[in-house]
Design a protein around this ligand. Structure first.
Ligand code: 13P
Length: 283
């Protein structure tokens, strides 16, 4: 069932866990994410970024994800990931998206505040995620990435949330999109300070490549939404490579992509288990 992202954030805050946000580009990834959520009886954010909308076509992809979310037997928020403009947010709002992210993190603080505030105002009841600090890397392709610089400053983050009214805040604590260059090193002291300073749930981008222990620790320190993209794509490519190497009888599309969907479902289920399990680190 399609629900507001606010419902999912509220429940994660109440329960002290994180909701997974998984990026989709097409039918197969969408079905795999929702199959995992249903198998685990877990709510999810089904996230679509600008690159995916360009690739899939705005109407075909938005209608696909919204229809799939409505049909799901668990709560699903359809989320616009990393929108650079208010206009893109408005377009997705009028289509029926139930969660938005406006990303002004590469702008000077005041301009980021202005862009984000404008989006929050237009979004009304629909929750808006803002971002402060630099999460490195590319959201759609995954070369080796430097970790995030600059990291989010707690006092500035508090001011940002107060001035914009965002429902959640994406933070930079050493996390990066794509494949980490070397061992990822999250700044957990900074995360604890952010949790204490910021009056909104915290969002961790760039979860692919982070250890389960790091993810659990981040949850124990206040992260309530965690974004995963690259690991799903790695699973998809790995599955297609293996299938094509072995050969798929009769050029059977349902077999080729069916096997890939099962593999992606397993990847998403593993993440959901980590995100919703009891945190093993105390704050
Ligand atoms: P990864 O691709 O590193 O998993 O990051 C996903 C993300 O943060 C989407 O916004």
């Amino acid at each position: 069932m399609l629900v507001s992202g606010q419902t999912l954030l509220d429940e994660a805050v109440r329960g002290g866990y994180a909701i997974g946000s998984f990026n989709t580009y097409n039918l197969e990834i969408t079905r795999a994410i929702l199959a995992a959520a249903e198998a685990r009886r877990s709510a999810v954010f089904l996230a679509v970024g600008s690159g995916a909308l360009d690739y899939g076509g705005f109407a075909p992809l938005t209608q696909l994800v919204l229809a799939a979310a409505r049909e799901a037997t668990v709560p699903v928020a359809v989320h616009l990931d990393h929108s650079p403009t208010v206009a893109d947010c408005e377009r997705c709002l009028s289509e029926g998206f139930t969660s938005l992210m406006i990303d002004g993190s590469n702008l000077p603080f005041d301009e980021n505040v202005a862009l984000t505030w404008q989006t929050v105002k237009r979004a009304g009841e629909i929750p808006v995620e803002g971002e402060l600090g630099g999460v490195g890397g590319d959201e759609d392709s995954s070369g080796a990435q430097e970790t995030a610089i600059p990291m989010t400053d707690p006092a500035q983050a508090r001011a940002f949330v107060e001035q914009t009214g965002v429902a959640s805040l994406a933070i930079a604590i050493g996390n990066a999109h794509g494949i980490y260059k070397g061992e990822p090193k999250l700044d957990f002291d900074r995360l604890a300070a952010l949790r204490d300073a910021v009056p909104a749930p915290l969002v961790l981008h760039g979860a692919s490549g982070l250890s389960d222990d790091d993810l659990r620790r981040a949850i124990s320190l206040g992260v309530r939404k965690i974004n995963v993209n690259t690991e799903i794509r790695q699973t998809l490519f790995g599955s297609l490579d293996r299938s094509l190497e072995q050969g798929v009888k009769g050029y059977d599309v349902t077999r080729l992509f069916g096997v890939a969907m099962e593999a992606m479902q397993r990847t998403v289920e593993e993440k959901i288990e980590v995100f919703s399990g009891s945190p093993s680190f105390s704050s």
